[in-house]
Design a protein around this ligand. Sequence first.
Ligand SMILES: [Cu+2]
Length: 300
Amino acid sequence: MIEYLGKLSDHLGLPINSASHGLMIDNMIGWVHWLMFILFVGWGIYLIIAITKFSAKSNPKADYHGVQSHYYQYVEYGVIIFEAFLLIGLSIPLYSQIKTTLPSYNDAHKIRVIAQQFAWNIHYPGADGKFGATNIKLVDEESNPIGLDRNSSFGADDIVSINQMHLPVNKQVLIHLSSKDVIHSFGIPEMRIKQDAVPGMTIPFFFTPIMTSSEYLDKIKNSERYNPKGNYGFDEETWENFNDKSKNEFRGYQIACAQLCGNSHYKMRGFVTIDTEDEYIAWLTEQAEYLGEEGDDDDW
Ligand SMILES: [Cu+2]
């Protein structure tokens, strides 16, 4: 029954759920709406009763004892029990499952995300699976936004991308999130995750995408999101000239900065592509090839 009533969230216009823990969150949202609905109706009925029952017309003389029945008290207890159920029965177990039970560092698919005004830097450990060192002295906004030390052990094969995050489907990903300047917030609505990025802190969070980007785009084919009236802020001609890949980046999953972080906060978006295992490996290989080319440039 808990799940059945939680299905109310299917009718609340939430983005399509694409993460393994998403159903639990949607279920919870459904239940909170039931409580709010019951309270709304209950208070509405109470208001009407109070207006008629306690009007001056039916009470010409003030009653100094007020309501004697315990009925209203029972209703209060009912609300308390409902709220306790939401908190103890649903939200605390959910929170502990999706926030505090970290996957083991060695098993999870690890990436680092470094937020800055106004971009998302994504740091992949590369083929060796280990992150190279970063150093604030090496930060160069043009060529090395995260200050990665290519000469450190494990640093040579690391991949850094800006506003482009690729993840394999059905693999648990562990993100370590930090910020270079102010507080940002990493949110992907379809993945039902949102985590503040706080300068001076590295905050881990994790989720498992369960739907590839192409499956997702297929599902939203007939929606406004796929065929936006405003062309995502581009004029008609520019939008039409985009190829499908670029259009799909705007239509698909995106990291939205969920914390007002400055004057260009509104355009701080990162494109997220959930790949099949093969597509993901192909993308990583492609990125690694660019690394080789960068190296050639240096030799010149
Ligand atoms: Cu931001």
